[in-house]
Write a protein that binds this ligand. Sequence first.
Ligand code: SF4
Ligand code: SF4
Length: 432
Amino acid sequence: MSTELSRLLTDLGEKSSYDAASQCCRCGYCEQACPTYVITGNEARSARGRNQMVRLLIEKRLADPASARVGLDTCLLCGACTAACYARVPTADIVLEGRRMLAEKSHWLARILCRLLSEHRGLLAFGLKAANLAKRLGLTACIRPFLRLIGLPGLALAEEHVREAPLTFLYEILRRRPVAADPQWLYFAPCGPNFLYPRVGQATVAVLEALRGNGNFLDNGCCGLLAYNYGDVEDARRAARRNIVLFEAAGGRSPVVGDCSSCTAFLKSYPQLFLGEPDWRGRAERFAAVVLDAPELLRDAALPPLAGLAPATYHDSCRACHGQGLKDAGHAAMRRLAGPSYRELQESDVCCGGAGAYAFRNPGLSDELIRRKVGRIAATGARLVAASGTSCLIQLAQGLKKYYPECEVVHLSELAARAIAQGAQDGTQAGA
Ligand code: SF4
Ligand code: SF4
């Protein structure tokens, strides 16, 4: 079974990975948009350099293929280059193809996690609750040196990054909701809100109820992004098929709303997983067409402004602004929610360095990015920053704690839910 996709859906149509990489004419127009190039000034850390590496890898013209590894591994997959590129070269997908070509096999930890998230959620929940309890009791700090010793420094760092450790997961809470007979929406619980930030998912569901009436929880598994980025493409396909079947069983019509921009961007890209399977491709296209990210849901909603809010700003998740073209959606919602407290953030669409597991795999570069991001936030004087991606929430919480502890981070849905609750008390109605 091929571990690569081999064919990609680009803005210029379906192409082989080789043709997609060859589409890069090396003009360099995207260089200043690429955060890793801006920080390092190294051509091998730019989109142009990475596309070239993958092209040479496919042509088998690299004398030492492993020499491409660092260049490809340090890509944030943020998509800023594609947004800046006149030919819309999909560098992030090309980089992933290159990584898959270099990997003898996907990381064992990623494979286990993907299977647990998609197929054995009860087992995963049991393990996570035990770990969360240990974290609350302060016991997990003792295992960090052990994790480093056995070659899992990323996991040790992840344990440090995760500050909130819920004992009840979102899917357990949402399963208690009554089932609506004629749902106007379906809520897709991304793994972040599901296992780390249940309050985010609860806020999104409260907003959906206020804006769109009755709806249901899809009771979904992982979207498959973890497998797509770090594991097996076939695992990602399996996860996608399962979620499409759930959607079809729920009527196959209602909008599917999620609140992690990386996850919703991946749901929208499901058709690319099935280019050689016409039936599944069609089903994936019907599914992807109704997926909505939280900022998209809130962009035009009539939200009452939050009274007495501290100065607040908005950070764009890469997978919302570059991955889904939602550059203005979050800002528009935030402007209405914060009213006169809103502060525009410079470089709001530059990656914060969270980028999935990037902070754990490339801690040095990730720290440079978050320092720069926090500097921009501090320059606005904000005491609150909203975002829409799980990695951003984790990374910003960690960075703010370290470099600007006067400020806190929340998900955009949380602010919207707060505004709706406040409006209900004052008699102001929210609307879609
Ligand atoms: S990715 Fe696009 S903008 Fe960047 S060098 Fe290649 S063709 Fe030019
Ligand atoms: S995806 Fe981001 S980090 Fe990777 S080459 Fe493009 S702009 Fe640079």
